[in-house]
Write a protein that binds this ligand. Structure first.
Ligand SMILES: [Zn+2]
Length: 121
């Protein structure tokens, strides 16, 4: 059931949507073959385990415009492409080795919109 309320981003009183707390693409590696995640929620004296078919969401925080057009389209989509499909954005990874110890590799993202990625996080 959809409910209305004040969107926490734009402040408008409107219909709110199921907004993922953590973007769905970040669960990618956690799903099993049936697209299920084992979710463990610690309680006072035991742990509650349940199976989820999608990530955790909240239906009381965002309107459709803020969730879809702003957060998903501007930031989540960019972060997903940067993290999982960086070649689509003309981003490249350049391999480096630490000057102090050449056994330590690290990488630099080239052409990454760091401002946009920071806003995503
Ligand atoms: Zn809104």
């Amino acid at each position: 059931m959809k409910q209305s309320g004040h969107c926490k981003l734009c402040g408008n009183h409107t219909q709110l949507v199921k907004a993922h707390i953590i973007p769905e693409f970040l669960y990618k590696e956690l799903y099993n073959d049936n697209h299920e995640i084992q979710y463990v929620q610690p309680t006072d004296n035991t742990e509650l385990t349940r199976t989820l078919r999608s990530g955790i969401w909240d239906s009381e925080i965002l309107c459709k415009t803020c969730d879809g057009d702003i957060l998903n389209a501007r930031y989540d989509d960019y972060a997903a492409k940067a993290m999982w499909g960086y070649k689509n954005l003309n981003i490249s990874l350049e391999g480096q080795y630490a000057l102090e110890d050449p056994r330590i590799p690290w990488q630099v993202w080239k052409n990454l919109d760091t401002g946009r990625l920071k806003l995503f996080f």
